[in-house]
Design a protein around this ligand. Structure first.
Ligand SMILES: [Zn+2]
Length: 403
């Protein structure tokens, strides 16, 4: 009897061990583990079946080295030159404005892209502005192709600041400035008033300058803050992890004041306070990843325009929504490139003009995804490329553009 009990016990034990082996014999063996609903896989593993995680057999490449070649075969339409002559409203042609010769090189670059005119948004004023205008005027081939925005000196805002700033603005306009900008992202973030406090974007002390811009019909080109991911913890869920790791100076502490939403609120207050002033929010106001929000803003504030500089990665990853947005707000969007790299413009033309699928963006660290063409109609292209810029900037040469 004792022997029988022992046998039964041993049989049960062996059976339980077999069951245990069967249960753990999921794909991947030791490399697999299971998780509870709602949990994510441990580092180094990926979810291969519901709640079942596994790590690769060999060491995984870093995100820098993983460069899979797409096997997708679809029509490709490379667009070297814009279909219509373009105005680059967000120009920073570094080192090309100093002489008639360098301007001629800029002209050759722009010709190869069909960019007819560049608006220099280098925030210059006074003598520096006069020098640039003089060089442009001395260039037979470029005198109608480069225009300059003037800068506002926001240092030490206090008593009598506005009077001086407006006088300088008027002098710069007399010297040839066609608008104001690019007001940099320090405005609202780091610039201090004479009394040491932070200069808020909607500070009433600045009202006279915005009123002067309206009176002189100068568009105000303004860059506020950074992409919202720059204000988030730099962990592996951050879409811009690689960029923020390559350029740690771009990180904004998550508890910094003002944070992203505080800045945007101040900016919108500024836009609302001055309905007669035309504002151009650079980089689609950093809302290209949330076109619903941007659409609300444009609907609510008819004096606000946006440029598309450096946010192509957001436009091209939502081709249907972006197409509809550009059609709906076709009078409010301006082409602008920002960083001057001639080889990057054709990516914009391809996104705007074609319906191509799934192609590379020019800057991998901005975007871990592919782009798609948004196939804009001709009339929308003309508005985005030049008509809207001409409309809001009456001091631009208005003759000779296609109707
Ligand atoms: Zn810029």
């Amino acid at each position: 009897m004792e022997g029988l009990v022992r046998n039964l016990y041993l049989t049960a034990l062996v059976g339980m061990m077999a069951l245990g082996r069967a249960l753990s014999a999921q794909p991947g063996g030791d490399r697999a583990t299971s998780i509870k609903p709602g949990e994510s896989c441990p580092p180094g593993m990926t979810e291969i079946r519901p709640r079942s995680c596994m790590g690769p057999e060999s060491t995984a490449p870093s995100i820098l080295d993983y460069r899979p070649r797409s096997t997708l075969v679809v029509p490709e339409h490379m667009v070297k030159k814009a279909r219509y002559p373009a105005i680059d409203f967000h120009g920073h042609p570094q080192g090309m404005l100093g002489s008639v010769e360098s301007l001629a090189r800029l002209g050759a670059d722009l010709d190869s892209l069909n960019v007819r005119m560049m608006i220099v948004a280098n925030n210059v004023s006074g003598d520096a502005l006069k020098r640039t205008v003089a060089t442009v005027n001395a260039s037979p081939s470029m005198k109608d192709r480069v225009r300059v925005l003037t800068g506002i000196n926001f240092q030490s805002v206090g008593p009598e600041w506005a009077e001086r700033a407006v006088a300088q603005l008027e002098a710069d306009v007399a010297a040839g400035a066609v608008g104001i900008g690019e007001i940099g992202k320090g405005f609202g973030q780091s610039i201090r008033k004479a009394d040491g406090s932070r200069l808020a974007l909607d500070d009433p002390a600045l009202d006279p300058i915005w009123e002067a811009a309206a009176r002189l019909r100068l568009p105000v080109f303004i860059h506020t803050g950074d992409p919202q991911e720059f204000y988030k913890p730099v962990d592996y869920t951050n879409e811009r992890w690689l960029e923020l790791s390559l350029f740690p100076g771009r990180r904004v502490s998550p508890d910094q004041h003002p944070n992203f939403d505080e800045l945007m609120k101040e900016r919108d207050n500024l836009f609302r306070r001055h309905p007669k002033t035309t504002f151009v929010a650079a980089h689609m106001g950093w809302h290209a990843n949330d076109l619903g929000r941007l659409g609300k803003m444009l609907t609510e504030m008819p004096n606000v325009y946006v440029d598309v500089g450096a946010v192509l990665y957001d436009i091209g990853r939502q081709p249907r929504a972006a197409h509809d947005f550009f059609v709906k707000f076709q009078d409010r969007i301006l082409f602008g490139k920002d960083s001057y790299q001639p080889e990057e413009y054709p990516y914009y033309w391809r996104v705007f003009e074609t319906n191509d699928d799934y192609f590379d963006y020019y800057r991998h660290y901005h975007a871990f995804w592919k782009l798609y063409g948004i196939g804009l109609p001709d009339e929308v292209l003309k508005k985005v490329y030049y008509k809207n810029a001409l409309n809001i900037t009456p001091r631009l040469p208005q003759a000779g553009w296609p109707r």
